[in-house]
Design a protein around this ligand. Structure first.
Ligand code: NAI
Length: 467
C-alpha cells in the first residue's frame, strides 16, 4: 500500500474530476483514477466538447456558403478542409483536457493513471501497463460514466457503422449518412454532416423525435430540421444492418405497416442511447448492487449498498448529462466533508446544440398533464424579437409554463438562437422559486434574444407587448 486517501474517485469525467477537486478544496486528501490517458471523460474527449467544436465549425462553413452572399458578404471559392477542421477540434480538446490536469495540480488532487478496480471497500488497485499499485482510502466514488449502446447483433466498428466517436472523426464527408435514433447525438451529429454536405436521413422508432422533450418544441424542432434538408423516417424500426464494404444496407419497417424497406448509405450512425459503464470494477464481489437497467443503486446521499462507496453521473439514475454529473460530484464531496450536499433534480437544464438550439428546464406540458397540475402557458416567437430579426435567426419560440394559481414557474422550453445560454436565466429563476410575473418584471437588455423570455413571461398573463 503506497498511499492513504480520504477519497478515491474512479473516473476522470465531469462528475469524477469535479468531485475530486471539490473534495480537495474542502481539505480532503483526494485522488482520481483515469485509464483513458487524458482527463475529462467522454464529455471532453469524445462527446460534448468535440461535438460542439464541429457544430460551430460546420455552422460557420454552412453560413459562409449559403447565407453570406445574400447578406452582402461576397466570398468566392469557399472550400472545406475536413482534416484542418478535425485538427482544430483536436487542439481544443487537448487544451481542455490538459486544463483539467492543471486544475488537479493546483488543487493537489493526485492523478492516478490506469484502470481502477475496487479491491475492498477501503482499497483501490490501479493497473497501468502491467504495473499494479494499491491505495488505501476511507471512501470511494464511482464515476465511470457510460458507453454507447448498439442494436442487437450489430457491431460498431467505427468504419462504416459508427457511434458518436466515429462520427466525430470522419476523414471526409460521406455522400450519405443514415442516423439511427432521433435523440441528442443523432440530431447533433446529423446536423454537422448535413451542413458539410452529406445527405442525412434519421430513422426513429417513435412517431416523434427527442422523446421526453415538450412535444410542441419537439414537433417544431423536427419541422426546422426538415426545412434544413434532414430527412426523417419516424415510427420506423430497424430490422437489420449489413456492412457491404463500400456502403451499409439497412432494412427497416414502419411500425404500422408490414412492408419492409431498404436504405443504402455510406455510413450509418447508431445513436440509440448509452448504458452505464461499470465493467471490471469488481462490483459484484464487493456487494455494490445495480438495478435492472445496469445503473448502480444509491440512496439519497449517493451511497451504494456499501456505505463508504458512492456513485455519481451516468452510472446512476437520471439524465446522462455532464452538468448533472458535476452537481452530483460536488454534492458527494460536500457530504464527505460533513456538509449538506444536495442536487435539485427539478432544475437540470437540457440543451441540444443544433441550429437553432433547443433548451429546456423543468416540466413539459405532457408531464404536467400527467401529474394533473393546473398550469398557464406563455409563448413568444423569435420572429417578433428584434435582435433575432436583424440577425436573420427567426426560427423558434419561447414557451413558459407556470402554476395556474400561484404563478410559480414550472418549466421553460425554448427553440431558437442562443437558447442554450438563455436557459440559465430560467434555471436560476426556478431555483429561487420565482413566478412568471417576477421574470416579466425583470428588466432585460434591448436588443437581446433574452427579451423573448421576458415577453413569454408577460404572455403567461396575456400581456406581451411585441406580439
Ligand atoms: P437519446 O436517448 O437521446 O436518443 C436515442 C433515440 O433513439 C431515442 O429517440 C429513441 O427512441 C431512439 N431509438 C432507440 N432504439 C431505436 C431503434 N432500434 N431504432 C430507431 N430509433 C431508436 O440517446 P443518444 O442520442 O444516443 O444520446 C445518449 C446520451 O448522451 C443521452 O442520454 C444524452 O443525454 C447524452 N448526450 C447529451 C448531449 C447534450 O447534452 N447536448 C449531446 C449528446 C449526447
Amino acid at each position: 500500500m503506497s498511499d492513504n486517501f480520504d477519497v478515491i474517485v474512479i473516473g476522470g469525467g465531469p462528475g469524477g474530476y469535479v468531485c475530486a477537486i471539490r473534495a480537495a478544496q474542502l481539505g480532503l486528501k483526494a485522488a482520481c483514477v483515469e485509464s483513458r490517458g487524458t482527463l475529462g471523460g467522454t464529455c471532453l474527449n469524445i462527446g460534448c466538447i468535440p461535438s460542439k467544436s464541429l457544430l460551430n465549425l460546420s455552422e460557420n462553413f454552412h453560413k459562409a456558403k449559403k447565407d453570406f452572399s445574400s447578406q452582402g458578404i461576397e466570398v468566392s471559392d469557399i472550400k472545406l478542409n475536413v482534416e484542418k477542421m478535425m485538427n482544430n477540434k483536436n487542439k481544443s480538446v487537448q487544451i481542455l483536457t490538459k486544463g483539467v490536469e492543471f486544475l488537479f495540480k493546483k488543487n493537489k488532487v493526485s492523478y492516478l493513471k490506469g484502470k481502477g478496480v475496487i479491491f475492498s471497500p477501503s482499497s483501490v488497485v490501479v493497473y497501468d501497463q502491467g504495473k499494479k499499485t494499491s491505495y488505501n482510502t476511507k471512501n470511494i466514488v464511482i464515476a465511470t460514466g457510460s458507453s454507447a449502446v448498439s442494436l442487437p447483433g450489430v457491431m460498431i466498428d467505427e468504419k462504416n457503422i459508427i457511434s458518436s466517436t466515429g462520427a466525430l472523426s470522419l476523414k471526409s464527408v460521406p455522400k450519405s449518412l443514415l442516423v439511427i435514433g432521433g435523440g441528442y447525438i443523432g440530431l447533433e451529429m446529423g446536423s454537422v454532416w448535413k451542413r458539410l454536405g452529406a445527405e442525412v436521413t434519421v430513422i426513429e422508432n417513435l412517431p416523434f423525435i427527442t422523446p421526453g422533450m415538450d412535444r410542441e418544441i419537439s414537433n417544431e424542432f423536427q419541422k426546422i430540421l426538415t426545412k434544413q434538408g434532414i430527412k426523417f423516417k419516424l415510427n420506423c424500426k430497424v430490422l437489420s444492418i449489413k456492412d457491404l464494404g463500400s456502403e451499409v444496407k439497412v432494412e427497416y419497417q414502419n411500425n404500422d405497416e408490414n412492408k419492409k424497406e431498404i436504405i443504402l448509405a455510406d455510413k450509418t450512425l447508431i445513436a440509440v442511447g448509452r448504458k452505464p459503464y461499470t465493467e471490471g470494477l469488481n462490483l459484484n464481489k464487493i456487494g455494490v448492487k445495480k438495478d435492472e437497467k445496469g445503473r448502480i443503486k444509491i440512496n439519497k446521499n449517493f451511497q451504494t449498498e456499501i456505505k463508504n462507496i458512492y456513485a455519481i453521473g451516468d452510472v446512476i439514475e437520471g439524465p446522462m448529462l455532464a452538468h448533472k454529473a458535476e452537481e452530483e460530484g460536488i454534492a458527494v464531496a460536500e457530504l464527505l466533508a460533513g456538509q449538506s450536499g444536495h442536487v435539485n433534480y427539478d432544475v437540470i437544464p437540457g440543451v441540444i446544440y443544433t441550429s437553432p438550439e433547443v433548451a429546456y428546464v423543468g416540466k413539459s406540458e405532457e408531464q404536467l398533464k400527467e401529474e394533473g397540475v393546473s398550469y398557464k402557458t406563455g409563448k413568444f416567437p423569435f420572429l417578433a424579437n428584434s435582435r433575432a430579426k436583424v440577425n436573420n435567426e427567426t426560427d423558434g419560440f419561447v414557451k413558459i409554463l407556470a402554476d395556474s394559481k400561484s404563478d410559480r414557474l414550472l418549466g421553460a422550453h425554448i427553440i431558437g438562437p442562443h437558447c442554450g445560454d438563455m436557459i440559465a436565466e430560467m434555471a436560476l429563476a426556478m431555483e429561487f422559486g420565482a413566478s412568471a410575473e417576477d421574470v416579466a418584471r425583470t428588466c432585460h437588455a434591448h436588443p437581446t434574444h433574452t427579451e423573448a423570455i421576458k415577453e413569454a413571461a408577460l404572455a403567461v398573463d396575456k400581456r406581451p407587448i411585441h406580439f
